[in-house]
Design a protein around this ligand. Structure first.
Ligand SMILES: N[C@@H](CCC(=O)N[C@@H](CS)C(=O)NCC(=O)O)C(=O)O
Length: 195
């Protein structure tokens, strides 16, 4: 979002086992946290989007569509079983130490099946995801904006696609792949590492 506006944010990655970093700032474990220039921390990613959007000329000028919000929910109901077991083995900065990685695995095991079992189910899980991706692909109006002009719907969907892209076996429908490549280029990011 900030990148789309040409605003640079100082990014600090919190190691998964560094609960203190979050608790000291806002009293509980939660990310993302935006610390404003005056030192005041802010929670809720969509509030952060509103704040950044209020700086300089607006960029999220397009309409939103309830179908896209529904798509986000449908995707998020299916992607974590694919992405969580992969995050656990990827070389991500939040898992810079063995204890940080183990902390993530222990935390997630409370909600998910054993990661090896989930990885073995990749084919079936992808078959459940593809119909949703196909429907999303049909809704994308332009490579540069889901609704033809940038809107909060892009801010909702692009991160979900980015996280799904850690699944090495996943092939986005062509319409989504073009949108994803275009948007990632615009925000100056490469596709995430996949496993
Ligand atoms: N409504 C919040 C949700 C934030 C949220 O659910 N963050 C998750 C990670 S995406 C979290 O902090 N989980 C607790 C943890 O990692 O221990 C927002 O959109 O910013």
């Amino acid at each position: 979002m900030a990148a789309l506006k040409g605003i640079s944010l100082e990014e600090q990655i919190v190691r998964d086992d560094d609960s203190a970093a979050m608790i000291d700032l806002v009293g509980r474990r939660v990310i993302p946290i935006l610390v404003k220039d005056n030192g005041q921390p802010m929670l809720e990613s969509m509030d952060m989007v509103d704040l950044i959007e209020s700086m300089g000329p607006p960029v999220l000028t397009g309409p939103t569509r309830p179908e896209i919000t529904a798509m986000e929910k449908e995707l998020l109901a299916r992607t974590p079983k694919l992405t969580m077991p992969r995050y656990a083995i990827l070389d991500l900065p939040e898992f810079a130490t063995a204890s940080a990685r183990q902390h993530f695995i222990d935390r997630k095991r409370a909600y998910y099946d054993d990661f090896a079992t989930l990885r073995a189910a990749t084919g079936d899980l992808l078959q459940e995801l593809y119909p949703v991706l196909d429907r999303l692909g049909e809704l994308i109006e332009s490579d540069r904006a889901i609704n033809g002009e940038l809107s909060k719907d892009d801010i909702r969907i692009l991160p979900v696609l980015r996280s799904a892209a850690v699944v090495a076996e996943l092939r986005f429908p062509p319409r989504i792949q073009r949108y994803f490549d275009t948007m990632m280029r615009r925000i100056g990011q490469t596709a995430p590492p996949a496993a």
